[in-house]
Design a protein around this ligand. Structure first.
Ligand code: GLN
Length: 228
């Protein structure tokens, strides 16, 4: 299976994402610069965290117009797994691949710490390795993680089981309904503020992020590899 890590000017979690796939999961992965115009060779697309285009206007608002985003939309329409972490989530919201919007944290402060998350839906291609209601430890690091959507969207999110992760104890940023991660309606695009690629090794505090990437690989193998 081959992953693409999309790199924008200002991305800063791309190397962690690459390391997670190559060294921890053991799958093929390439860095793909934001001006790329073809993602056909990739089976899954990863949008890493950071400060694309310096977070000017709003986080993700400029990256959304990058050449490569047309290809990311195409990949999403083809049903490929598309994962946006932190700034990647913000870019997916700005692109319209996920519903809702991101606001400044209610504290107006940048928050960097490990938080417990509840796995609300383990029936996605990103979470099949977890149990429902598992509580996992994943770091957050953001200033704009306060997810918001209108009531109508919230009803749809709930009806379709699109809320995948919630903050377990305290809500660190003011996000509606404690939302930490959602999918699109089809279930193949996941945006999440916490960083699973920073939770790949107990030496660094947690390896609870590993199952997320393993889930993607498992799903892909079941679909594409005979006798997987
Ligand atoms: N780690 C990140 O991706 C930072 C996200 C973002 N630009 C923010 O501060 O909200």
């Amino acid at each position: 299976m081959k992953f693409a890590v999309i790199v924008f000017p200002g991305s800063n979690c791309d190397i962690d994402m690459y390391h997670a796939i190559k060294d921890e999961i053991g799958e093929e992965v390439d860095y793909v610069w934001h001006d790329a115009d073809n993602l056909e060779n990739y089976d899954a697309i990863l949008l890493p965290g950071g400060f694309s285009y310096g977070d000017y206007l709003r986080s993700g608002a400029i990256a959304r117009f990058s050449n490569v985003m047309k290809e990311v939309v195409k990949a999403a329409e083809q049903g490929k797994p598309v994962l946006g972490v932190c700034n990647g989530f913000q870019v997916l919201l700005e692109t319209g691949l996920l519903p809702g919007a991101m606001r400044r944290n209610d504290s107006l402060k940048f928050i960097c710490k490990t938080v417990p998350l509840t796995v609300e839906n383990n029936e996605t291609m990103f979470t099949n390795g977890y149990e429902k209601n598992d509580v996992i430890q994943i770091p957050i690091a953001h200033g704009e993680g306060n997810y918001f959507c209108d009531e109508e969207t919230m009803i749809t999110l709930k009806e379709n089981n699109q809320i995948v992760f919630t903050y377990t104890d305290e809500n660190p940023n003011g996000s509606v309904e404690n939302i930490a991660g959602i999918t699109n309606e089809a279930g193949n695009v996941l945006g999440m503020m916490p960083h699973p690629e920073r939770a790949m090794d107990t030496l660094l505090g947690s390896e609870d992020g590993k199952k997320l990437f393993q889930s993607i690989v498992k799903h892909w193998r079941e679909k594409h590899v005979v006798n997987a």
